[in-house]
Write a new protein. Sequence first.
Length: 335
Amino acid sequence: MVVLDPFKDIQPLRGQVSLLKTVQETRSGKDTVEAYVAEINIKSASKVLKLLESKVPKDPSLSLTHLRRFVKPEFLPDHLKRDSATAVEGEVVAAPKSSQTIYILIPPPLPELSLLETLLAPYTPISGSSNTSSAPAAAASAPAPALPIEIQSIRIPLSPPTTEEESVTWSRTLWPTIFNPAAHPITHSPRGPLLLDAQESVSRRAGNYLALARKVALEAKRSGRGRAVGAVVVDPALADAADPSDKVAGIVAVAGDARYCSRGNAGEGVARATPSASYDPDNEGQPDYHSLMRAISLVAYKRLTLSTSPTVTPSTSISPSTPAPVVSTTCHLQA
């Protein structure tokens, strides 16, 4: 195996490290979507839920676990409380709503209103109580008439709240939400101290990392293996523990783009495909040939070789068709 020094003649570039934006940060404001709210008999809540699950299709890509499915009248958002009060104005005899009714959320994809009204008609709340003192004794044994089904249109947040304060605000203005800080993936949550500390650590040698990424990017383009894209993976803990004079400390993997490698076995310097300004999915290879995915595969490969477990098998992204990494004393170089 040829041992190369990937850091030879590397001149640091002027630049800085910027964190990728989280999902929350890439959105212009809080995305909301239309949903329905229906008032039903509280005793029929479980039946209604099963009915809707069987009759109304779901969107598997839509996760709304941060929204409460059932809400009692006293916990409704302010605007729904006002609408509900207007709807019942003029009723002479009525039991407290909190003891009779509950509100169910119908999230998208939304069914036709006519279908929803038909499905929920048997489960509308009753209009009064049989033990009302002002009602005649003869009417006490008669069943109370059902109210017409009440379905309202509201806006609900697509993403979970990121703070307790945001959850309280949405519960008051949109729909009751649940804040669970432990359930947030790092791509959705605001930047925490862990990411900020890593950014500060990597920034000290950012120019050298960028120069190395540029070097393998140009090599990928020159060899015809891929576009001029390079990736460098850095372990901040290793960088912090290294000698401050070591300008490339912390690097664990380096990879260049190789998206054209899957098109054939052309020799060094011969392009396997003609790069174009736009993305051509039929000519770009699989995503695991892109520089960042190859760098991730190199990290996985290194961990695999260090593992003593006999049950560990190689990742599918490290296949025989993927060029073998060129190993140096400080990193795996794959260009």
